[in-house]
Design a protein around this ligand. Structure first.
Ligand SMILES: Cc1cc2nc3c(=O)[nH]c(=O)nc-3n(C[C@H](O)[C@H](O)[C@H](O)COP(=O)(O)O)c2cc1C
Length: 249
């Protein structure tokens, strides 16, 4: 294994238990310069990154806190502004631009997480920015309403303790397909369920689902974690996407 593969294989999430140790500005600059190396459609980098250095502001934005945070937004404003400046009339809108912009954004975000790990910096991806009133994100960091959507936040810092294990990953049937897509058979599904139940694989979000009265981890997952209730943010998300122009055709 080379160093890059070792770094990727050692990625893990710090679930908010960051210590008071700060990430150095020099390391932040390295992460920022490096993450934008990610591939991006039409070489236009349809995203913006807002750097947050204040712990309380990080908490207000995503509900967690850490030393620093990077807010990754799908964003076409810089590109539209330069187009207008040159007298062109490029306008990004519609779901295709949103999907392409989201892809650019997430590639840069994951590259930042890998870069951070390689520097010994712990991280947390959170969609906490989309919990509660999503408009607070637009207000707190002054995002433009049109052509911009806050997609994911990466909190950076140093965990107060190392994780005791790395979470496993499913790599079996239904995930990796050979040449042609194949739906899982009943047997594949049973194997998948058993894999999540195998304590040595540490696949799920919790390890003690039996104590909660569930036969399988995935029973806990579907009944307790995903739940049956509608999240109120869903309708707000839709109206913000409408406002952004990303739902225009
Ligand atoms: C879109 C997204 C949102 C996430 N949101 C949260 C979150 O709000 N809180 C949290 O503790 N972890 C969050 N995570 C981290 C996942 O829980 C974590 O990646 C997963 O459990 C696998 O664990 P690992 O990264 O340690 O391998 C999020 C990850 C992603 C990709």
């Amino acid at each position: 294994m080379n160093e890059t593969i070792n770094t990727i294989n050692s990625l893990y999430t710090t679930h908010g238990n960051f210590s008071t140790q700060d990430v150095k500005e020099e390391d932040m600059q390295t992460i920022l310069k490096t993450c934008v190396r990610a591939a991006n459609a039409s070489a236009r980098q349809s995203y913006s990154i807002v750097v947050i250095r204040d712990r309380e502001r990080i908490r207000q934005l995503c509900g967690y806190t850490g030393s620093k945070a990077l807010l990754f937004c799908v964003d076409y404003n810089r590109i539209m502004d330069v187009s207008n400046h040159l007298g062109h009339d490029y306008k990004a809108s519609g779901i295709a631009d949103f999907i392409t912009g989201s892809t650019d954004t997430i590639l840069a975000a994951q590259t930042a997480a890998i870069c951070a790990r390689s520097l010994g910096i712990d991280s947390l991806f959170t969609n906490g920015i989309q919990r509660g009133d999503i408009n607070r994100i637009y207000d707190l960091v002054q995002l433009p309403e049109k052509g911009c959507f806050p997609l994911i936040m990466l909190v950076l810092g140093y965990a107060d303790k190392e994780p005791t294990y790395l979470k496993g990953r499913y790599r079996g049937k239904g995930l990796i397909h050979d040449e042609q897509y194949q739906r899982c058979t009943e047997r594949d599904l049973q194997n998948l369920i058993a894999e999540y139940d195998d304590p040595s694989k540490k696949m799920g979000m919790i390890q003690d689902w039996e104590k909660h009265g569930f036969t399988h981890y995935l029973d806990w997952f579907f009944e307790k974690w995903i739940g049956k209730g509608e999240r109120p943010e869903k309708s707000q998300m839709l109206s913000l996407l409408e406002r952004s122009g990303f739902l225009d055709w």
